[in-house]
Every structure is written in C-alpha cells, then in structure tokens.
Ligand binder design. Structure first.
Ligand code: FAD
Length: 394
C-alpha cells in the first residue's frame, strides 16, 4: 500500500493551512481526509475577526505572522485569484475603570513593544472612528489600524486550492475512525474507506479532537461550547469603514463588526452553552438571549435600542481550560501532531499555526517555540491563561 508523507485529518481552516504549508515546505505526498466537505466544520461559523491584540504574548506573535498572510493572501499562496476577503477597518478595544483596565494597558504596551502600530485614543477620537457608539464610560481605549475581519471560508478554500496545485490530495466524505500504530508510533489511519499509511499524521479535528482520547488513551481537555451570533439592523448603518469593536466593559465582553455593509454583527466573547456531546448542528437562539445581548448593545449603541434582529446563528468553540490551543505532539505518541482547542479565536492564527504544525511534522525548526502550547501544560499546571479571564479575547 502507498505511504503518504503526511495525512491531515480535518479540512477546516487549520487543516487546509497545514496541508498547504506541508506542500510548500517540500512534502511530496500529502493527503487530507475530511468527513464532510472542506470548510464545513466550525470554520463556516466564524465571525472572521483579525487582530494582533492579545494579553498572551505568544498569541501576539502567531497573530502578527498570520496578518502578513491575510493582508496579501494571493501572494502568500501564490495564486493571483485567491483572496482572504479582508476588510481592513481597524480594531477598537475599550475598558472602563476596573479590573480590565490594567490588563488592557499592558496588552497594548506589549503590542507596541513588538513594533505593532497601536494608538491610545481619547473617547472623542474613538467616537469619530465609530460614531454610532458612545465611549463616555471608557477609561482606556486602544486602536489597532492594521486589523479588521476576513472570510474564513474563503481562506480555507484558498489554502485548499493552492494545496491541490502543489499536489495535495483531498478525500471528502471519508471519516477517520482510528490510528494505525506500530508499537507507540502512529503510522497511518483507519478510515470509513479503508486504511491509509503515512510517515506522520496531523490531527486538526477541532471539537471532534475528543476522538483522540479514544484513539490514544490520552486525556483531551476540551469542551464544546455553543455561542450565539446576532445580526442586527439598526436605524444607523454599521459600515465597513467602521472598526471592529471589543467592549471589555460589557458583561458579555461583546464584540462587534460590520455585517453585509450596513448591519451589526454582535456576539459575546465569554462563556457559551457547554455541550455534553460533540454536535455541530444549529442550536436554538432564545428570546432571552436576544434580550440580554440587546440590552448590552443598546447601552453602548443607543440608537440600536430600536434595532431589529436581521438574522442569528450558533457556532461551536473547542474550549480548553485556558482558552488557548494545544499545538504539537501528544506525550508518548510519536508520529502524531495535533492542533486543537482554538477556543473561538483560531481563524486569526490559522496561517502561522498551519506553518508551525507543518514544520513540526517535518522535523524542522518551528517559527515560534511550541512548548508554551504543549499538551503537558495542563498536567504541569503551566496554563497559558490570558489576563482578561475566561474568554476568546485571551
Ligand atoms: C461563532 C464563532 C465565531 C468565531 N469568530 C472568530 C473570529 O472572529 N476570529 C477568529 O480568529 N476565530 C473565530 N472563531 C474561531 C475559528 O473560526 C476557529 O478556531 C477555526 O475556524 C477552527 O478551524 P479548525 O480547522 O480547527 O476547525 P473546523 O473548521 O471545525 O475543522 C475541523 C474539521 O475536521 C473534520 N473532522 C473531525 N473529525 C474528523 C474525522 N474523524 N475524520 C475526518 N474528518 C474529521 C470536521 O468535519 C471539520 O471539517 C469563531 C468560531 C465560532 C464558532
């Protein structure tokens, strides 16, 4: 039977990025196995927000390296027709007096120390950038001009197409059911369509990564969490020129962006509904939820007290105990590399994560050390916890 250089399990934005990076780093025979269709998993639900703002310094580095790819995606994947769908509208983040203030200041200073353009804005200047909001209770406001949002599905399709051009094979509608081992070493996968052998296997299965626990016996600390996203149509447009906004002063740590050019996309960045099963179907959006989020929206965007609900949907986060991903090898399972637990902020990291996972799989030096993201951190109690507490802002 043919042996692949590498098999990637899962064709979301992370898996397709890994596949393209593997091929561009010289892997000749790469197979991606996807149980559904390319991009059909949680990637399709992404709000697409891109920023380098993080309170965890390691994440800043990955986001910064990824921004280079999003900004010139056609160059990055050597395909003049590829696009990330980037809207470079900037990113505003504000905190009132209180426990989020100092973490915000430290995070903004850390960005500046890395040479990232970040401005400290007065409430009046912030309002000029986002005139439909009020900032009178904000004690600190940061603005990142090189930020915005893009289209996660488009990026996934772009990575997949360019990967195909470099010779990567995709099998859709095929499920991986287990690992083939030679002693401890992983040498392939059992699938719903027979066995496939490989030098190394890279699992990018998102919420379905809990299957790794069955396959390896190693604890996978992951909770599927359902989050609700609302699109609101207010009396004033949230235009594409207006920045993405993160409101650390709201109880749900809400994030906002333009949607469709005049609507507002809004969602909470804190805890969602914890699910006991790995299910990716749409969940119910209750009127109670809409009212709770709507009240926070109206507090910050007064005219949106009159807004109507244009649409709503749900999406699932793969949440780890510290809201940061696990990247690299699992202990005592040579031949297996994993990338899961993106906890609602994986799109903005996907180019750099794809590259470091590909480097790790090929035995190359990784662009950034993977040690902080190692699975062992949970056992050793060295969590990669952000300063804002639980939540995808991390
Ligand atoms: C509502 C919502 C909003 C978000 N907003 C943002 C945002 O604004 N910015 C940001 O940076 N991030 C955001 N994220 C997070 C980001 O979208 C995800 O971190 C990212 O898309 C995850 O990509 P993935 O490839 O890991 O997962 P997925 O896209 O879920 O891909 C995993 C794939 O693996 C396949 N698979 C699993 N098991 C198997 C198997 N056994 N055999 C074969 N195939 C298998 C699945 O079918 C799936 O297609 C958001 C997420 C959600 C849900």
């Amino acid at each position: 039977m043919a042996t692949w250089d590498a098999i990637v399990v899962g064709a979301g934005v992370i898996g397709t990025s890994v596949a393209w990076h593997l091929a561009s780093l010289g892997a000749q025979k790469v197979l991606v196995i996807e149980q559904g269709q390319i991009g059909c998993g949680t990637t399709a639900q992404s709000s697409g927000i891109l920023r380098t703002h993080y309170s965890v310094p390691e994440n800043i580095e990955l986001a910064l390296r990824s921004w280079v790819a999003f900004k010139q995606f056609d160059d990055y994947v050597s395909d003049e027709d590829a696009s990330s769908g980037l809207v470079k509208c900037g990113y505003l983040i504000a905190a009132p007096a209180g426990n989020k203030l100092e973490p915000l200041r430290q995070a903004l200073l850390a960005q500046q120390a890395k040479g990232i353009a970040v401005e400290f804005l007065s409430p009046a200047t912030a309002q000029e950038r986002l005139p439909i909001a009020r900032f009178d209770t904000a004690a600190l406001i940061g603005y990142e001009p090189e930020a915005g949002f893009a289209d996660a599905y488009l990026v996934t399709a772009g990575f997949a197409r360019s990967a195909r051009r470099l010779g990567v094979s995709f099998r859709e509608g095929v499920r991986v059911d287990g690992l083939i081992r030679d002693g401890a070493r992983v040498i392939g996968v059992h699938t719903s369509d027979g066995a496939q052998h490989a030098e190394r296997v890279i699992s990018t299965q998102n919420i379905w990564s809990s299957q790794l626990q069955t396959w390896t016996g190693i604890d996978v600390p992951l909770t599927p969490e359902r989050h609700t996203v609302l699109a609101l149509k207010g009396p004033q447009a949230y235009t594409q020129q207006m920045p993405v906004f993160k409101d650390l002063g709201s109880s749900g740590m809400l994030y906002y962006r333009s949607y469709g050019g005049n609507q507002m996309l809004v969602s909470e960045g804190t805890a969602g509904e914890q699910l006991h099963d790995v299910i990716n179907e749409q969940g119910e959006v209750s009127m109670d939820q809409v009212i709770a989020v709507g009240a926070q929206v109206a507090d910050r965007f007064p005219s949106f007290a009159e807004a109507g609900l244009a649409s709503s949907w749900t999406g699932i986060y793969d949440v780890t105990p510290d809201w940061n991903p696990v990247l690299g090898s699992l202990p005592d399972v040579p031949g297996l590399i994993v990338g899961f637990g993106f906890s609602g902020h994986g799109f903005k990291l996907s180019p750099a994560v794809g590259r470091v996972l590909a480097q790790e799989a090929l035995g190359l030096t990784t662009d950034v050390p993977l040690e902080p993201y190692a699975h062992e951190r949970f056992r050793r109690g060295r969590l990669l916890a952000g300063r804002y507490g639980q939540g995808a802002v991390s």
